[in-house]
Design a protein around this ligand. Structure first.
Ligand code: 6PG
Length: 253
């Protein structure tokens, strides 16, 4: 029995559909209770299917986009029009297709030559968020993925950002990619009212199984530093879940 709250879906499409339903429910609840929905989007490729679903009926008609404030869990040190930009991917799949006010999309300025400056400016954007009772920016929802090395957002194994417990966002040099990234830090991820972690594909299976079956955080895999709590939901497809699917009856084909 895993210490994490996870559900396995037979296909990537089913995973995206379930994530879209949870996104809509979270948005409606946040708007109903607080008048706004503050969400941090994940980058990479896995969320594309989710964002595409959110950009089309019925999902897009179920969210009051005028109340939505979009942030990013992390960003690459590239300009917004770059093929590697998480902002560009989110625009192409979602933000260009829904009526969200432009000033409610909070982009990380990855184009800045100094990633520390980009992190500082983004920290000022995060100051517009409600805070937890311990003073951390509080997202209603943070969407995350997991790399095949166990990273999440831009919290890569062995990087200094894992030790950042004061700032809500930081710049981090990722040796294996030979590039700078800007990322929310662990305290912010663990302060979110809700986290949806989407993991898809057989390439993630080995690390995912180790993380899900571990009884404690694994220092090699930063994603395991996410506090196991009911509000942190892992949505897995059967390909990624492997033996984990057996427990939930969705064994991979
Ligand atoms: C990024 C993401 C990163 C991503 C994982 C998984 O900027 O790339 O924030 O953490 O979620 O690398 O990426 P895939 O979804 O492409 O497998």
């Amino acid at each position: 029995m895993s210490r994490y709250n996870y559900e396995v879906f037979p296909t990537t499409t089913a995973l995206a559909r379930a994530a879209a339903q949870r996104f809509v429910a979270c948005a409606r609840e946040a708007v109903a209770h607080g008048g706004a929905f503050h969400v941090a989007l994940a980058g990479g490729s896995t969320p594309r299917a989710l964002y595409t679903l959110l950009a089309a009926p019925p999902a897009c008609e179920q969210v009051d986009w005028s109340r939505v404030h979009v942030f990013f869990g992390d960003e690459r040190s590239v300009p917004p029009e770059h093929a590697e930009s998480n902002y560009r991917m989110a625009c192409e799949t979602l933000l260009d297709h829904v009526p969200i006010p432009a000033d409610q999309v909070h982009r990380v300025q990855g184009e800045l030559a100094d990633s520390h400056e980009a992190a500082q400016r983004y920290a000022e954007e995060l100051n517009t968020l409600p805070t937890t009772d311990t003073g951390w920016p509080r997202f209603d929802l943070i969407l995350l993925g997991m790399g095949d090395d166990g990273h999440t957002a831009s919290l890569f194994p062995g990087t200094a950002i894992l030790e950042e417990h004061r700032a809500p966002v930081a710049a981090v040099y990722v040796e294996k990619l030979a590039t700078w990234r800007i990322s929310l830090t662990l305290p912010v991820l663990n302060a979110a009212a809700r986290v949806l972690l989407l993991v898809s594909g057989a390439g993630k299976r080995r690390v995912l199984t180790e993380v899900m079956q571990s009884s404690a955080a694994l220092s090699d895999y930063p994603v395991s530093y996410l506090t196991p709590r009911p509000e942190v939901e892992w949505l897995l497809d059967a390909e990624a879940a492997g033996v984990l699917a057996v427990d939930s009856g969705e064994a991979a084909p």
